[in-house]
Design a protein around this ligand. Structure first.
Ligand SMILES: [Mg+2]
Length: 177
């Protein structure tokens, strides 16, 4: 990752990887646990991990970017989720204490920290809680970012991967060329 010219991809877990829809709606064809013949590592206390589609790991790895966990799961993401979906250990964003300033500005509590973490690099941010306030603030302070909101009822879908791939590919090509 050092010296990489690829864009970053900040990845939230609850919503994008773990859809909320099943628990609330009990859809008949909703979101049963994925059966892979193995148990989620370290996740005996957290059955949510088995709701994550294991196919998402290879699809995320195929994107032209450097993946970074941006989630309240913190280091548990590497311990529980990465082995389940076949990701390597990834960098983890560490969050500061929540700030009242962000609430007043309508910003998500992650937004400022992610901008600092990116340190000027292009980045995509995948989260179910992104709003227009975040988009406007990032546009004004950074500019080279895609804030991609995920429907938390459904989680990451084909159209999300397509949008991310298109944007990341443009940024990667721009940086390398
Ligand atoms: Mg979320």
């Amino acid at each position: 990752m050092i010296g990489s010219t690829l864009p970053l991809l900040f990845l939230d877990v609850d919503g994008p990887l773990i859809p909320f829809g099943a628990a609330r709606q009990q859809l008949p064809n909703g979101y049963p646990p994925y059966r892979t013949g193995r148990e989620p590592q370290g996740a005996g206390a957290n059955p949510l991990v088995s709701r994550i589609n294991p196919a998402h790991g290879p699809r995320l790895l195929a994107l032209p970017c450097d993946l970074v966990w941006a989630t309240t799961w913190m280091s548990d993401a590497n311990e529980c989720i990465s082995p389940w979906i076949g990701l390597p250990e990834l960098p983890v964003v560490v969050w500061p204490e929540p700030s009242n300033d962000d609430e007043r500005g309508g910003l998500h509590w992650k937004t400022r920290t992610l901008l600092d973490w990116a340190a000027g690099r292009s980045f995509a941010w995948v989260d179910d809680e992104i709003t227009d306030a975040d988009r406007a603030w990032v546009e004004a302070h950074h500019g080279r970012a895609l804030l991609h909101r995920i429907d938390p009822q459904r989680g990451l879908m084909d159209k999300d991967f397509a949008a991310l791939d298109e944007w990341l590919r443009l940024r990667a090509g721009h940086l390398n060329g």
